[in-house]
Design a protein around this ligand. Structure first.
Ligand SMILES: [Fe+2]
Ligand SMILES: [Fe+2]
Length: 192
C-alpha cells in the first residue's frame, strides 16, 4: 500500500537510463543513508525498546542492501561518491517539528515517505530492467519486495509511538508537502 499523493512519470526512468552508472552510485548512497537513519533513531530514542528492536532489524536489512548495491558498483568499475546533500531528503527534514513526541512522529513519517517514494521508483525500474539491464533484473525485483515492507513499517511504528489519529493527520500534511516537492525538483539519474 503506497500512500503517495503524486505518481512518478516515465520521464524519471529515462533520466535514470541516461546515466545508469550515476544512478547506481546514488542508489548505493541511499541504502547507506537508510541504514544510518535507522541507527540514528536508535541513538536518539534508546529507551523505546519496541521501537529499537524493529529499527535494528530494519538497519540490518538496509546495510545488506548497501553491500549488495556496492557490489554492483565494484562489478562495473564504479566507486562510491562522497556524501552530498540530497535536496529531496533535506527539504523533507525541514518539516520535522523540533520538540517532544512531534519530533519522533515526524522523523518516522519522513522516513516512511522516503521509503514509499524509493519503493515506487525502484518498482518502476525493476519492471524496465529485464529489457535494459537484464543482469540486475532479479536482484532489483528482490530489493523492491524488501522495500515494500519498509514504508509500512515506519507508518506502523508511528502509530505505535504517537497514536493512529495523530499519525494519519500528520501523514496527510507531509504527503502533500512531498507531492509538491517532487513536482518542483529536477529529474536526475538518482532515486530522488
Ligand atoms: Fe533498502
Ligand atoms: Fe528501505
Amino acid at each position: 500500500m503506497l500512500s503517495l499523493h503524486a505518481p512518478t512519470g516515465p520521464a524519471w526512468l529515462e533520466a535514470v537510463f541516461a546515466d545508469f552508472g550515476g544512478f547506481l552510485v546514488d542508489h548505493a548512497a541511499c541504502e547507506k543513508k537508510a541504514f544510518s537513519n535507522g541507527m540514528s533513531l536508535v541513538s536518539r530514542y534508546p529507551e523505546r525498546q519496541a521501537l529499537v528492536s524493529e529499527l535494528i532489524e530494519f538497519s540490518r536489512e538496509e546495510l545488506g542492501h548497501f553491500a549488495l548495491v556496492h557490489g554492483f558498483l565494484v562489478e562495473r568499475g564504479l566507486v562510491l561518491a562522497r556524501d552530498a546533500t540530497d535536496e529531496y531528503a533535506r527539504s523533507l527534514r525541514t518539516q520535522v517539528r523540533p520538540h517532544g513526541d512531534a519530533t519522533l512522529c515526524d522523523r518516522l513519517l519522513v522516513a516512511g515517505i522516503i521509503e514509499a517514494r524509493s519503493c515506487e521508483r525502484l518498482g518502476l525500474l525493476a519492471q524496465a530492467l529485464p529489457e535494459r539491464e537484464p543482469a540486475l533484473a532479479e536482484a532489483y525485483r528482490d530489493l523492491v519486495r524488501a522495500e515494500a515492507r519498509h514504508h509500512g513499517l515506519f507508518f506502523r511504528l508511528c502509530r505505535q509511538e504517537v497514536g493512529a489519529e495523530e499519525t494519519e493527520r500528520r501523514a496527510d500534511e507531509l504527503l502533500a508537502f512531498e507531492a509538491d516537492l517532487v513536482a518542483r525538483l529536477p529529474l536526475r539519474a538518482a532515486v530522488h
